[in-house]
Design a protein around this ligand. Sequence first.
Ligand code: ADP
Length: 609
Amino acid sequence: MKKQHKFSIWYVLIGVWGVLILHNMLVSMFATRSIPYSEFLQLVKEKKVAEVSVTGNMIEGKLNEGQTASDRSTMFRTVRVDTDISDLLEENDVKFTGRIDSNFLGNLMSWLIPMALFLGIWFFIITRMQRQQTGFMSLGKNKGKVYMDEDVKVRFDNVAGVDESKQELEEVLNFLKEPERFTRIGGQIPRGILLVGPPGTGKTLLAKAVAGESRVPFFSLSGSEFVELFVGMGAARVRDLFQQAKQKAPCIIFIDELDALGKARGFSGVGGHDEREQTLNQLLVELDGFDANEGVILMAATNRPEILDPALLRPGRFDRQVLVDRPDKKGRADILKIYINRVKTLEEIDTDKVAAMTAGMVGADLANVVNEATLLAVRAGKEGIRFSDLEEAVERIVAGLEKKQRLINPQEKEIVAYHELGHAFVAMSLAGTDQVQKISIIPRGIAALGYTLQLPTDDRFLLRKTELLNRIATLLGGRAAEDIVFGDVSTGAHNDLSRATDIARSMVAEYGMSEKLGQVYYAPPQKAAFLNAPGEPGEPFSEQTAKMMDEEIKTIIDGQYKTAYDILARNRDLLDDWAAKLLEKEIIEGQSLELLEAQVRRSENESEN
Ligand code: ADP
């Protein structure tokens, strides 16, 4: 709006200027009469001419008072014919001056036209760019990238499973609703609130809900959008954002992916990143400069708080951190209820059961599960979803899409069957492994040829050493089975191997579970990819320790491989039986899975005795 106003002033100025020039031109053209040269000579000789000014090819002059040249004008102009007329003028008492030829109009046009052209092109480009709202001419105005919602529809009821985070945000809500209650007694509201948690847990949703509940405008943008190609532009954007927000106060500014912008300074890859640093500095300046009691609340989200610049987390800046963690079983059930209520159902759905199947999933995944279930129901021509649709949806999301039509050759199928049963047998024989829920050799997704679905029945926060070892053994069971049955191994186990090695490495380096290395934390600190230059401190342990760690990891893996191998070798007959069954049915689940488990347990008990 401001810009348009400026433009109209320009137009007025140019208009006035043009009119003035035109006026002068018209006056000089009409007030001065052109006369023939002969008439001019005549007038001179009759001593009627008072003064003239002579240029190379024109003579302009004025007649004596009271004289008119054939009509009312006393000004005249004529084309000069003689080269030497000064004697004649002198003789007849005419005052005369010489003037260098200047073509005023021509001169004027010679710069007026290019300038007009230039201005025209300039206006054209500016208006085009304003319409597109991007590009370097829009400088700090970040209209295209800041999303402002004056009337947010999200409420706290739309967010579930994160009750503690909600409670912490309630205070902010009260402030936005009744700021006087806080300011009257000199209370200070936190300026910046950092929502920390894995992606998809509802951080954006929570920030929106705060805005929605308190009915204030919601500005949102992503940290990565702040970092521009040109140095200084991100900083201009930050300044602009805060200005806009202050005009709309009370309001909430939400910066997603704060880590993209607020990475610790001097931490970036090659050569540093001036632009990001400037932007970050500007953000810090703005954070310090505004008074939270004005009613602008800054919220930001990140899933990597550890890489944020410590300056951002100092008191007075993002001094309040709210953890938005993965939901627990009850939380998942609550989230599922929200989404299931929004779709049609054909039966009462036990959300607790679905929650039990979805350990580890976040809100976004659960929303996806319900959506996937409705798609399945529609595909089957049903009018609503049933529990079975949700079950199938969970499987799809856990293991990728079922591809019944994909053909694998019988030999490969056999290998896959033994491999999967290998996992299952080891898992069933060892205590403290996750319950096997399904064994399938129907290819899913891109990579997995078969899978053994093991889901934890409860959320786990602590794992004992034996449990970790058993997990490694289970992962290695697939390869061990191939080895025993075919005397050869395939590439199918590479994912298993990498997961097993990861666990073993963590046990040694992070959890202090290796006797040789003791209770020392060896995990290297986070480092930028290119910063490990000579002279910089590398791993915080010696080469000798590194070697010992490698050896320990190998010992763990070898030991567990042997455990898995022994279990399978002991149960070879049972393994063959069930492999035949699996090849025929492609899936083992439910009752036959229970039967398998009972047989494996019995056989293991017998071999123990
Ligand atoms: P984040 O910002 O943490 O990455 P979002 O808030 O963008 O996650 O979540 C993405 C979507 O997932 C939301 O729009 C919502 O549909 C769903 N969702 C995530 N968490 C929850 C939750 N706790 N309750 C309800 N829905 C959720």
